[in-house]
Design a protein around this ligand. Structure first.
Ligand SMILES: CC[C@@H](C(=O)O)C(=O)SCCNC(=O)CCNC(=O)[C@H](O)C(C)(C)COP(=O)(O)OP(=O)(O)OC[C@H]1O[C@@H](n2cnc3c(N)ncnc32)[C@H](O)[C@@H]1OP(=O)(O)O
Ligand SMILES: [Co+2]
Length: 135
């Protein structure tokens, strides 16, 4: 069911500073910051030859990243995103296996415009898993 690694996401307290670090110190190609109010985050992507790193800072009230940063003040690894060819088929298979889909359970457009959903970290051996449909 799962395919390529789409991205690894890092929660950061200061997106501008993290973007500058990945661009100027690490020599990476970093996208412009993109506000995603539906997801409660502002993100920038570091494009690597084989995958991407998503840098995220909280946006707005009730951001899912705010609680994580309250516990991890310097920031840290937040989730991992796998590609799937059909997100509804993947969801059906996972729900049938007893996995919990977060939020209202419905896929929503992610940073690349593709539908995404999240699985509860307690069901994924302590790792928050995002699935992104890439056809
Ligand atoms: C930009 C769009 C999109 C993209 O295109 O890539 C994105 O990536 S958006 C990214 C942000 N969105 C999300 O993370 C949505 C899904 N997340 C959530 O719904 C919540 O963050 C959560 C995972 C349900 C946690 O919610 P929270 O209110 O923080 O609950 P708790 O603090 O009670 O946590 C419960 C439990 O889970 C542990 N936890 C929390 N976050 C993580 C994490 N990132 N990785 C691993 N474990 C995590 C937390 O420590 C609690 O454990 P216990 O303390 O043992 O109970
Ligand atoms: Co993500």
């Amino acid at each position: 069911m799962i395919g390529r690694l789409n991205h690894v996401a890092l929660a950061v307290p200061d997106l501008a500073a993290a973007s500058a670090f990945y661009r100027d110190t690490m020599g990476g190609r970093v996208s412009e910051a993109q506000a995603l109010p539906v997801h409660g985050v502002t993100v920038a992507f570091v494009d690597l030859p084989n995958t991407r790193v998503e840098l995220m800072e909280p946006l707005g009230e009730g951001s899912p990243v705010a609680a994580f940063l309250a516990k991890n003040q310097a920031g840290g690894m937040h989730h991992i995103c796998y590609e799937v060819p059909d997100i509804y088929a993947a969801r059906a298979q996972l729900v049938a296996s007893g996995m919990r889909i977060l939020g209202d359970g419905e896929p929503k457009p992610g940073a690349h415009g593709n539908p995404v959903l999240f699985l509860h970290p307690k069901d994924g051996f302590g790792t928050l898993i995002e699935l992104e449909e890439v056809r």
